[in-house]
Unconditional design. Sequence first.
Length: 113
Amino acid sequence: MSLKNTKNWPLLSIDIKHIRFCFQVFPECIYFTILALRRKTLMKTVVFSVPDISCGHCEMTIKKALQHIMGVKKTSVDLKKKLASIQFDETSVSIDKLSETIADAGYQVAGTV
């Protein structure tokens, strides 16, 4: 069945008209919506054990180093448990890169939890 031949399918005709209208008027909105939905499903969280952290300065140093990495969405540091939790887009950055960034900031990463 051709999409132009919607005589027997009036609802399909309306849907096609609406979809065509959206693509013509709001192509960037559709693109960014699809991109956002795709990125939402590709978010991952990793928790690193960082035994050297002991104070608020350590926490801020790690957070500041990670905030400049493309793909990092959220970072939290638990000083008591000595853990750094990072939510990131796995298509933009790897776990190895995140670990390397923490090490470059001066803190040894003992592994993932």
